[in-house]
Design a protein around this ligand. Structure first.
Ligand code: SF4
Length: 702
């Protein structure tokens, strides 16, 4: 243990449940102990227990790297930053400010996410910033803003679920992605009230085996139709809460008319879900005693993801759930700071505090805090996939923070090719991720246990991330990197490297916005304060939204009529199976971190594809055989995992693996027209036995 090390109460670096843990520095790294906290109740999953192993890995980056042909060479920080700043200046001079793009991440602390948005608009003067949360939360966010006038994933504390009578989980596999969460479903499970909608018999769907829960297994891509069918039954059977609808919503008449089109027999035909099951789900949701509807990426990562989340909100509003004590609607945020990361300016159309960059009053307020004229701020940019599409054409340099797009973005091979057309790719990371391997300059940064900051969890609670260990010599915080680059670019304003000071500035910039943090500071959070935003100056925070009003000016929620969009255009041909991508318990997002934890890699060392036994027989494939999945975009090699837990028309791939095992070599860059969320959950593929095709091992050595 060094003089720089100290026991720290902090939170897991991975998902948005932000389980509480204590880090105790050891001679070589740190020990993880779980802490009692309302969201995790003293539990951690295996990702959390092993998180500290990343702190001491031998392949940790500890010096800036510069590309020299096919290799990297180590250079000093001054040289690296001078070179980056010089190239950025030259590109801006030649092509204009929008020639430089910034790609952020939903795992960055609030301070870094805020500073990155400011850096893009003030130091670079570019509108071209977006982030990987576009792949994760954008449809749910768009639906929440449209219906409620605000986007906070869970508008109530997670612990409220403990007393639920019924919980409808739409497209969320929490038992694998955030296992401690399922403690909050115990009561609903005991009462036979856990209802899981998933085409797969996922770990979460299997929880319905006990206590009489319900697993609904619709055809992939028919979630919206399924929910419209439930809405039809709720209205037709008189299950809707008419008093609530009259007092708290607008739009019911149009919704009622549109719901006529989704009679149960039609919905059964389209989704494969039997009418009696549809009716029993609708009736169970309408029983008194505490009902919650929660959505996840399974229903959101579609071209109609925003409309699907909107339909789920419509259903919740018809049942009178949002804002009614003991009931609720919410969406389960994925990435560690997926909530805070979408509030403070990483989105292309956003200023801090979840303000719109097109709003003159918001621009004036934020510009005042930043010490620049409002008209110097660029306008809205373009969302993530459009930004990636511009690489090499309109965008000639890209700065990447906390994202591994060559694994996580759809049509990943095209993304890699476009990155190769840049004049400058700068990646900030603590390991040489697959995206960093393509960079011109790699800047080594600090990890979670080596930095101070804040994260905002899935329940909108602002939490302190605390430093337990000194960073390796040579690694720097991204706040320092932005400050040094801003100075070299002669940027106006102040560029603090102190997270507490940056948070104070963020709080000022957010004041009066939907995500108002103005009453918070590191100092206040360190008192143990429970801090759910909005937390305006002088307030006590807002654990539960919507109890009295929704955030629209008239205080009412919007019931919005939605319809399914038509089937995408890709010719099917031999591609007769639908690919769903998702996550495993052992790995997190692109796997750049968890594939480096030996225990997690040993448990899931290679890509496996789930297939139904009948499909396997048809294809001449047995469990464990090498197979190849193909479509017009690429081919992926995997090992067959034959399971009755998946539909015969569906195949499932996790998206955590690199190289030829990237599931996103197959997914398409088609997006939801409202949220710009890519469609990760409905890709046509063909599957072939590949007995002589080696499965690519993905082990990363120390
Ligand atoms: Fe908790 Fe998520 Fe970390 Fe697992 S990955 S310990 S569920 S925060």
């Amino acid at each position: 243990m060094t003089a720089d090390a100290a026991i720290a109460d902090t939170h897991c670096p991975y998902c948005a449940l932000q389980c509480a843990m204590r880090l105790t520095p050891q001679r070589d790294g740190a020990r993880v102990d779980a802490r009692e906290f309302p969201t995790n109740r003293g539990g951690l999953c295996k990702k959390g227990w092993t998180a500290a192993e990343l702190l001491t890995r031998g392949d940790r980056l500890t010096a800036p790297l510069r590309r020299n042909g096919d290799r990297f060479e180590e250079i000093g920080w001054g040289e690296a930053l001078d070179e980056v700043a010089g190239t950025l200046r030259a590109l801006r001079r030649t092509h204009g400010a929008d020639a430089v793009g910034v790609f952020g991440g939903g795992g960055l602390t609030n301070e870094k996410a805020y500073q990155l948005g400011k850096f893009a608009r003030v130091a670079l003067g570019t509108s071209r910033i977006d982030y990987n949360g576009r792949f994760c939360m954008s449809s749910a966010a768009a639906a929440g803003n449209r219906a409620f006038g605000i986007d906070r994933g869970l508008p109530f504390p997670v612990a409220d679920l403990d007393e639920a009578h019924t919980v409808l989980l739409l497209g969320s596999n929490v038992a694998a992605t955030m296992p401690p969460f399922i403690r909050h479903l115990s009561r609903a499970r005991e009462r036979g009230g856990l209802i899981v909608v998933d085409p797969r018999r996922s770990e979460t769907a299997r929880l319905t085996d006990e206590g009489g829960g319900i697993h609904v297994q619709p055809a992939p891509g028919t979630d919206l139709v399924l929910i419209l069918g439930l809405i039809h039954i709720v209205i037709a059977e008189g299950l809707a809460d008419e008093g609530y609808i009259a007092q708290r919503t607008v739009g019911f008449d149009a919704l009622r008319v549109s719901a006529n089109a989704w009679w149960p027999e039609r919905v059964q035909q389209m989704t494969g879900v039997p009418v009696p099951l549809l009716r029993s789900v609708a009736r169970r949701l309408a029983e008194n005693g505490g009902t919650y509807i929660l959505t996840g990426r399974g229903v959101e990562q579609h071209v109609d993801g925003t409309d699907t989340a909107t339909a789920a909100i419509n259903l919740a509003l018809l049942l009178g759930l949002p804002g009614t004590p003991g009931n609720g609607y919410g969406t389960l945020t994925g990435q560690g700071n997926g909530q805070g990361g979408r509030e403070h300016g990483q989105k292309c159309d956003q200023l801090p505090g979840y303000r719109k960059i097109t709003d003159p009053a918001a621009r004036a307020h934020v510009a005042r805090v930043w010490g620049v004229p409002a008209d110097s701020l660029p306008g809205p940019g373009v969302p993530a996939l459009e930004l990636l599409d511009l690489l090499g054409d309109e965008v000639h340099a890209l700065l990447v923070h906390g994202s591994n797009v060559v694994v996580s973005a759809p049509d990943a091979d095209s993304v890699a090719q476009r990155l190769g057309r840049l004049q400058l790719l700068v990646v900030c990371d603590f390991f040489l991720s697959e995206t960093a391997q393509l960079a011109d300059v790699v800047l080594p940064v600090t990890q979670w246990a080596e930095e101070e900051g804040t994260m905002t969890s899935l329940e909108g609670r602002v939490l302190r991330r605390r430093r337990a260990l000194a960073a390796p010599a040579g690694a720097r915080s991204e706040l320092w990197i932005m400050s040094e680059l801003a100075r070299r670019l002669d940027a106006p304003g102040t560029w603090s490297t102190d997270p507490a000071e940056v948070f104070d500035e963020l709080a000022l910039a957010s004041e009066g916005g939907p995500a108002d943090y103005s009453g918070l500071s590191h100092e206040l959070l360190d008192t143990g304060l429970t801090a759910h935003w909005p937390f305006p100056r002088g307030s006590r925070g807002t654990p539960r939204l919507f109890e009295e009003r929704f955030a629209h000016d008239d205080g009412r929620a919007r019931l919005v009529v939605v319809h399914p969009r038509r089937e995408r255009s890709e010719p099917s041909g031999a591609a007769d199976l639908t690919l769903i991508t998702g996550r495993l318990l052992e790995h997190y997002q692109s796997g750049a971190q968890t594939r480096r934890v030996p225990e997690l890699l040993a448990a899931r060392p290679e890509l496996t594809a789930q297939l139904h036994p009948a499909t396997a027989v048809r294809l001449g494939v047995s469990d464990g055989d090498p197979i190849e999945l193909r479509n017009t975009r690429g081919a992926v090699r995997a090992r067959a995992e034959v399971t009755a837990g998946i539909r015969h028309d569906t195949v499932f791939l996790p998206f955590h693996y690199p190289g030829d095992a990237r599931a996103n070599l197959l997914t398409e860059g088609v997006t939801d027209p409202i949220s710009a969320m890519p469609e990760f959950k409905r890709t046509r593929v063909s599957v072939h036995a590949a007995s002589d095709t080696p499965v690519v091992e993905t082990a990363v050595s120390r």
